[in-house]
Ligand binder design. Structure first.
Ligand SMILES: [Zn+2]
Length: 286
């Protein structure tokens, strides 16, 4: 582990700028550590060979980015490296292949059967798929948040654990995603803040359907989920939030809440409602 970390630190983002032909035939690299990412990237690329005819590859510390231009791939590898550091700090090391196809339609094809309309990026098993148009419209901070969010999903194996509650999966990914963003709560949760100020704070934690593409309260669902995880981390400490997630993976969320936080789901929901109003409600006059 120590060796891996030292290796990672010394390794700057390097653009191989290889055309895919070279990429596909290249043998194992001469790097000190055995490289499992390049073979994984090759295998993923082979799933859609026609899509990657003009692709270039950039190598980050713990990512391989397959993209359309050397500059784009290198930029995304740098963002992914920072994202990977944040994920490692909270959860543990993560590595991934980041796929950046040319068009939104290709991103949808790569993510299928999942529906990803309106999402800037999507996590799969060991990989992140970036929608070039959605991602391109994001601010620098937004890109950082999105890739950190998706790498959190990769690290936790989110796509493999479909029975986890969506509020915990998405809230935890946003908790890690926004951790180093330095954004005020009311800015991150702007849509939810508007509802709270209008006197209609949320009643129940968001369910899976509310996170689907096209959901009318999609933004609010993410904000609600983010705030429940932020609440847990603030009240019990970040290690307890991580412990809750790991326990929920093992034994389900009800037992995990009881064993990790000594809470029930209704109790957590009530505490979260109060927290949301405290964080987003009108600022009390003094
Ligand atoms: Zn997510």
């Amino acid at each position: 582990m120590l060796g891996m970390r030292a290796h990672a630190r010394s390794r700057a983002v390097s653009v191989l700028a290889a055309v895919l032909v070279a990429f596909a035939v290249a043998g194992p690299t001469s790097a000190a550590a055995p490289d499992t990412l390049l073979p994984r990237a090759r295998a993923i690329v082979r799933e859609h060979p026609g899509m990657w005819a003009q692709a270039v590859v950039a190598r980050g510390e713990h990512t391989v980015v397959v993209g359309r231009s050397a500059r784009q791939a290198a930029e995304i590898a740098a963002v992914a490296d920072r994202a990977g550091h944040t994920v490692a700090k909270v959860w543990g090391p993560v590595d991934a292949v980041v796929l950046v196809p040319a068009t939104e339609a290709q991103a949808a094809e790569l993510a299928a059967p999942a529906h990803v309309e309106g999402f800037a990026a999507f996590a799969g098993v060991g990989r992140v798929i970036v929608d070039p148009s959605g991602f391109g419209r994001l601010s620098r901070t937004g890109r950082q948040v999105v890739l950190t969010h998706e790498l959190t999903h990769v690290a936790t194996g989110a796509v493999l654990t479909g029975d986890m509650p969506a509020w915990l999966v998405e809230g935890f990914a946003d908790y890690v995603g926004y951790l180093d963003a330095g954004l005020p709560v009311r800015a991150v949760a702007a849509e939810l803040a508007e509802e709270v100020r209008a006197g209609t704070p949320p009643r129940e934690l968001p369910g899976r359907a509310e996170f689907q593409s096209g959901s009318v309260r999609l933004a609010q669902a993410y904000e609600e989920a983010w705030l429940v995880c932020r609440y847990i981390a603030e009240r019990f400490g970040e290690p307890k939030l991580v412990g809750l997630y790991r326990a929920a993976l093992r034994s389900g969320v009800t037992a995990a809440l009881r064993d990790t936080l000594g809470m029930t789901l209704p109790g957590l929901t009530e505490a979260w409602r109060d927290y949301v109003v405290r964080q987003l409600g009108p600022v009390a006059a003094s």
